[in-house]
Design a protein around this ligand. Structure first.
Ligand code: ADP
Length: 179
């Protein structure tokens, strides 16, 4: 099931919220800062313990890492790093799609039945909301279709798109309604 809401992702009592993190995973601005403030110092400590893939990089672009949610209502935080948008011709669509796919796979591996995504890369990273939302909704629909096919009686994952603005929500609403 796909749900679109407008609000603050740090308030959601879902199994996992996704953080639009940066490669260092030690906090930042936007949704990343909000999540770190709400989760508390323990989240920073847990991120510090995530091994570096290479110097200064705990989570390469397009990949995902999981930590507990600490003081958040959510059980887990899945940190993923969206691409910085240039012109859409530098692998940005594939990298953004990988964020959604890898986050969903990590949620499933950890027994999550609900997950909430912010509009990854559409803030400071500059990805146009219409293009980014198309990728997000396509990946969510593909994931749910695939999961249904693999196990007909599998309990479905609830995928929430948590938009910060009404305008972003309107974009998602339209895409989710399309067959
Ligand atoms: P990025 O660096 O990936 O672009 P940003 O945090 O700058 O990440 O922005 C990603 C999206 O998160 C934007 O749509 C922004 O409005 C939104 N956002 C910021 N704070 C919150 C929050 N507390 N809950 C949900 N979304 C948020």
């Amino acid at each position: 099931m796909i749900k679109v809401i407008q609000g603050d992702i740090t308030a959601l009592a879902v199994d996992a919220i996704v953080n639009a993190a940066n490669q260092m995973m030690l906090g930042g601005g936007g949704v990343d800062g909000a999540i770190h403030r709400a989760a508390g110092r323990e989240l920073y400590e847990a991120c510090l313990k995530v091994p570096e893939a290479r110097p200064g990089v705990r989570c390469p672009t397009g990949e995902a890492r999981i930590t507990p949610g600490f003081r958040l209502p959510a059980k887990f935080v899945i940190h993923t790093v969206g691409p910085v948008y240039r012109d859409g011709q530098h692998g940005e669509p594939e990298k953004l799609a990988a964020c959604y796919r890898n986050s969903l796979a990590l949620a499933e591996e950890n027994g999550c039945k609900s997950i909430a995504f912010p509009c990854i890369s559409t803030g400071v990273y500059g990805y146009p909301i219409e293009d980014a939302a198309k990728i997000a909704v396509r990946e969510a629909k593909d994931y749910l279709t695939q999961r249904c096919r693999e196990a007909e009686d599998a309990e479905e994952m609830e995928i929430v798109f948590c938009c910060f603005s009404d305008r972003d929500k309107a974009v998602y609403d339209q895409l989710v309604a399309k067959p």
